[in-house]
Design a protein around this ligand. Structure first.
Ligand SMILES: [Fe+2]
Length: 265
């Protein structure tokens, strides 16, 4: 399996706090069946994103991983927050934050008070050659209330990543419900760990893979955990996808339909 969202590097953000923790996270991931990890530190007002520093840490950690004989290849990406400053830099230098300097970019939107015209921002990113991957919409309280926004952006060609922990209930009941609604509609392209440590946010995705295989079919599970993330990691075109459900105008679920499902009313 390929993990495209992972806070593996030490002292870079709120992820790993030491080189030893990073190495332990790598061991857990490898034992879980993960073969590739994109190290994706946050880039936001709190954490600076300096590719050269990140690359040096990746090199150091990769050497230790290789010395242990773990079958694990590291790459670089970014947990890119949609701040005004970040968006400006991404326009000027589109591959600065992208996965292995290719076309795929993880994007995290704010929990509340979404900036206006996000669809347009995604479109402008696409025009500059990027393929935005919306991270964990199932954990976003605004999108839990307004899942039709996800549908709108999907129709515009954005890709969706769901957190492995959400699928198995580790991120709370609401996130789990929405994760499964997204999965049932085949609105998801990637499962990733978004691991931050070895315990509360661990680097595992096998259990989520198996739940998805069980409920939605092994072909879909393989796409989400292997083929799609490998394409993103290698900067290749996305493989042929399974047809999404309820995505086009006359089929889009209305809010009350969703909210009934989410148990709000
Ligand atoms: Fe993250």
């Amino acid at each position: 399996m390929i993990d495209i969202h992972h806070h593996l590097l030490w002292d870079q953000d709120d992820g790993s706090t030491s080189l030893e923790t990073s190495l332990e996270m790598a061991r857990i991931a490898a034992a879980d069946g993960i073969t590739h990890i994109a190290c994706t530190p946050h880039a936001n007002g709190q954490y600076a994103y300096i590719p050269e520093e990140i690359d040096a840490k990746i090199e150091e950690l990769q050497r230790l991983i290789d010395a242990e004989g773990l079958k694990l290849k590291l790459g670089r990406g970014c947990d890119f927050h949609m701040t005004y400053d970040n968006i400006q830099v991404a326009h000027e230098e589109p591959t600065r934050f992208s996965l292995n300097n290719g076309m795929y970019l993880l994007v995290e939107i704010p929990d509340y008070a979404l900036p206006r015209g996000l669809g347009e921002t995604f479109y402008e990113m696409q025009i500059s050659g990027l393929s935005p991957i919306l991270t964990h919409p199932e954990r976003n309280p605004t999108l839990q209330q307004e899942p039709e926004l996800v549908a709108e952006w999907l129709r515009g060609g954005i890709l969706v990543q769901v957190t492995a922990g959400s699928v198995i209930g580790d991120m709370g009941r609401r996130a789990q419900k929405m994760a499964h609604e997204l999965l049932a509609n085949r609105w998801v392209h990637f499962i990733a760990t978004d691991a931050h440590n070895t315990s509360s946010r661990p680097p595992r995705m096998r259990q989520a893979h198996d739940v998805i295989a069980d409920k939605y079919g092994s072909e879909y599970a393989h796409l989400l955990c292997v083929s799609n993330p490998l394409a993103a990691f290698m900067n290749n075109a996305m493989p042929q996808q399974l047809e999404p459900i309820n995505l086009y105008e006359d089929e889009v679920p209305n809010r009350s339909w969703w909210q009934r499902l989410l148990g709000r009313y």
